[in-house]
Design a protein around this ligand. Structure first.
Ligand SMILES: Cc1ncc(COP(=O)(O)O)c(C=O)c1O
Length: 363
C-alpha cells in the first residue's frame, strides 16, 4: 500500500472524500432546484470523475474542445455540449463522428461573425445538431453583445434543415473577481438578461448559464427560468473559489499539489520543486500562485519553470526537504499539466492513480 510519503514530488493529490462531497452536494442542490447539472469536464479531464457525475444524475457533459468530448465517450455519455466557437472545416469529420456516437451533440454559435464560419462547417458535418447561442453577460469574451443579434442568428439557423436552435448559454467568469456581496444582485440581472433575450426569440428555449462561482446563486434565483448549469472548477476548488470568489470553504478543496522544499537561500525565501510547469502561471487577484494547504502562512508568490518561490510568516518552520501540500490559484490549468493524479483516502493512503484522460486534448 503506497502512502503519501512514498510519492515523488511534485505530485497532484486528489482527496477522494472531498471530491465525492463536492460532486454530491452540487448535484443535490441542482436536483432540489429542478435544474440539470451539465458539468464542464475541462477542469478534471478525467473519465472516472465524469462517470461519477453521470452516475449521480448529470444528463450530459460540457466540453471545451472536440478532443475532450472524444475522450469522454468511454463514459457512455449520451449528450455533450461543446461550449466553444468551432470554425475549422478540417474538424468536420470528427464532429460528425461525435454526432454519430451520441444521442445529442450540442454546439455553440458565439456571435454573428462566428456564425459565418460555423454554417459552412455544420453543412459539411451534415448531421443533426442542437445549437446554443452564447450571450455575453459581462465577461466580454464570446457571446452576443446586443439582443437583436440573437434574433438574427436564430432566423439564420432556422433556415438550416439539420440545425435545431435549443437555447442560450453564458459563462460568468467575471464573477471570479467581483465583489461577492453584490453577487445576488448580479445573478438576478444575469437571469433577467438571458430571459429577455430568450423571450424575444422563443420562450421554449433553454437557458444554461455556467460557472462555479455563480452556480448556487443561479439555482436559488432560477424560479424555473434556468434549465441547466455548467460549472467545472467546483469538483476540486482552488484559490480562485476559496479566496477570490469566496464560495468554497478551505476544507472542501479536493486537489492539492504536493511539493518539496529544495532550498532556502535566505531566511525570507524558500524554493520548492513545483513552478510554472506544475502550477501554470495563473495567479490570484492577490498575485499568489499557491498557498500551503495545512493552514500555515506560506505562499508561492512567484514561479519559474521548475521553482516556486515561497515566503510567509511561517517560513521559519520550513526547512529543506520538507514536503508541503499547496492549494493552487487555478486548478484547471494544473490538471492539464500533469499525466497522473493520485487519489488519496482520508487516512492519506494512496487509493489509486488516474491518468489524465483528456490531458492536452486542446484541438
Ligand atoms: C464556456 C464555459 N462554461 C463553463 C465554464 C466552467 O466555469 P468554472 O470552471 O468557473 O465552473 C467555463 C470555464 O472557463 C467556460 O469557459
Amino acid at each position: 500500500m503506497t502512502r503519501l510519503d512514498d510519492l515523488a514530488t511534485p505530485s497532484i493529490l486528489i482527496h477522494e472524500d472531498r471530491l465525492e462531497r463536492n460532486l454530491r452536494n452540487l448535484q443535490q442542490a441542482c436536483d432540489a432546484a429542478g435544474v440539470a447539472l451539465r458539468p464542464h469536464i475541462k477542469t478534471h479531464k478525467l473519465v472516472p470523475i465524469a462517470r461519477r457525475q453521470l452516475e449521480l444524475g448529470a444528463p450530459g457533459l460540457t466540453c471545451a474542445k472536440i478532443g475532450e468530448a472524444e475522450a469522454m465517450l468511454v463514459t457512455g455519455v449520451r449528450e455533450i455540449f461543446i461550449a466553444h466557437s468551432l470554425v475549422d472545416l478540417r474538424q468536420a469529420p470528427r464532429i460528425a463522428a461525435l454526432a454519430d456516437q451520441l444521442d445529442e451533440l450540442r454546439l455553440a454559435v458565439t456571435s454573428e461573425a462566428h456564425l459565418e464560419a460555423f454554417l459552412p462547417l455544420i453543412r459539411q458535418v451534415n448531421r443533426p445538431v442542437a445549437v446554443m447561442i452564447a450571450v455575453d453577460t459581462g465577461l466580454h469574451r464570446e457571446g452576443i453583445r446586443e439582443d437583436s443579434a440573437a434574433e438574427r442568428i436564430a432566423q439564420r439557423l432556422a433556415e438550416e434543415p439539420l440545425v435545431k436552435l435549443a437555447g442560450l448559454y453564458s459563462h460568468e467568469g467575471q464573477f471570479y473577481g467581483a465583489d461577492h456581496h453584490q453577487r445576488s444582485t448580479e445573478v438576478a440581472a444575469l437571469l433577467d438578461h438571458l430571459d429577455r433575450v430568450r423571450n424575444a426569440i422563443d420562450p421554449a428555449l433553454a437557458i444554461w448559464p455556467g460557472c462555479s462561482v455563480s452556480a448556487r446563486a443561479v439555482l436559488k434565483a432560477s424560479a424555473g427560468r434556468v434549465q441547466a448549469v455548467r460549472p467545472g472548477a467546483y469538483v476540486f476548488g482552488d484559490l480562485s473559489l476559496t479566496e477570490n470568489a469566496n464560495v468554497m470553504p478551505w476544507d472542501d478543496v479536493a486537489l492539492h499539489v504536493l511539493a518539496t522544499v529544495v532550498d532556502k537561500p535566505t531566511a525570507e525565501l524558500a524554493l520548492i520543486d513545483a513552478g510554472s510547469k506544475t502550477f501554470s502561471s495563473d495567479k490570484t487577484a492577490a498575485d499568489i500562485a499557491a498557498r500551503a494547504a495545512d493552514g500555515r502562512q506560506l505562499e508561492v508568490f512567484a514561479v519559474n519553470e521548475e521553482h516556486g518561490y515561497l515566503r510567509g510568516k511561517d517560513l521559519a518552520s520550513v526547512k529543506v526537504g520538507d514536503r508541503i501540500a499547496f492549494v493552487p490559484a487555478h486548478v484547471c490549468t494544473v490538471v492539464n499539466l500533469t499525466n497522473l493524479v493520485h487519489v488519496m483516502t482520508p487516512d492519506q493512503t494512496l487509493r489509486t492513480t488516474w491518468p489524465v484522460d483528456a490531458r492536452g486534448k486542446n484541438q
